[in-house]
Ligand binder design. Sequence first.
Ligand code: SF4
Ligand code: MG
Length: 338
Amino acid sequence: KKELLKVENLKQYFPIKGGFLGRTVNYVKAVDDISFTVYEGETVSIVGESGCGKSTTGRAILRLDEPTEGVVSFEGTDLTTLSRSEMRRKRKDLQIIFQDPYASINPRQIVSAVIEEAMHIQNAVPKEKRRERIEELLQTVGLQPYQADRYPHEFSGGQRQRIGIARALSVNPKLIICDEAVSALDVSIQAQVLNLLEELQDEFGLTYLFISHDLGVVRHISDRIIVMYLGKIMEISDKKSLFENPQHPYTKALLSAIPVPDPDKKKERIMLKGDVPSPIDPPTGCRFHTRCPYATEKCVTDVPELRTLPHMKEGHQASCHYIEEIHSGEMQPRDYSE
Ligand code: SF4
Ligand code: MG
């Protein structure tokens, strides 16, 4: 397995201005020291509730927002050290698809212009070959060549997302970051677009970083999954191990909220109390402690590290002080419903 993307100790703090002279009075710690690796050809998802830092992570990798701290290695090059123009050239290898295709597609441009713009910025295809390539790309994503001359509003949401995918593909990227790419679509259309993404991955050897709040979507597409909460990684695992043997109480809570495919298989249910706390002055110790049904004094003071215990599969890591005790049943969740 070849490492394509390696994120090390990434932090993204957004300053909060206020008071006299508009000085920085505090920070939103949107992403707070996370590390993970994405290997070539795989789909890694980042999942979590809104405000957990998943989209911020995607944007920081591409330097759409300059990261506060950390290393983002892509094929061994630290992207954070590149000049703006070097980074612009690198964007040929790293593309992003957003949730709302309308937001990323100019409504006054016909489809061919939308796609050609990306080719032009990256100097990816010689001018005289572009029309042919655009028609080919449209077919690749399940549209028709004649649709190159249509306007985005003439397409459905799912079709517009296909145009967004064609645009990303037009520069032959290696990594595509999909930021809630199917979240705005109906479930049946979602499945079609996810299937398309999987076909394209096999055909072009693409690697995906898939950002989503929706565990159903993540279950469909991922090889490995990163669970984030308030700017921190709670758990990392391959998909099977995460769904079958979740270790972190937060992951268990997220899984409790989705329907069980096999109704005979009883699962441990953990209900979350309260809302996600603010990322400004987030909870001390384990960030999940204000909502965790297992929390102790130690959770309030000590930050848990990601670790793998003997009962866990290789590569499966969780950051909780009590993985062992919860696994063995020695610790039981408090019941908030009483
Ligand atoms: Fe819950 Fe404590 Fe584990 Fe955090 S470290 S998940 S608060 S038991
Ligand atoms: Mg795949």
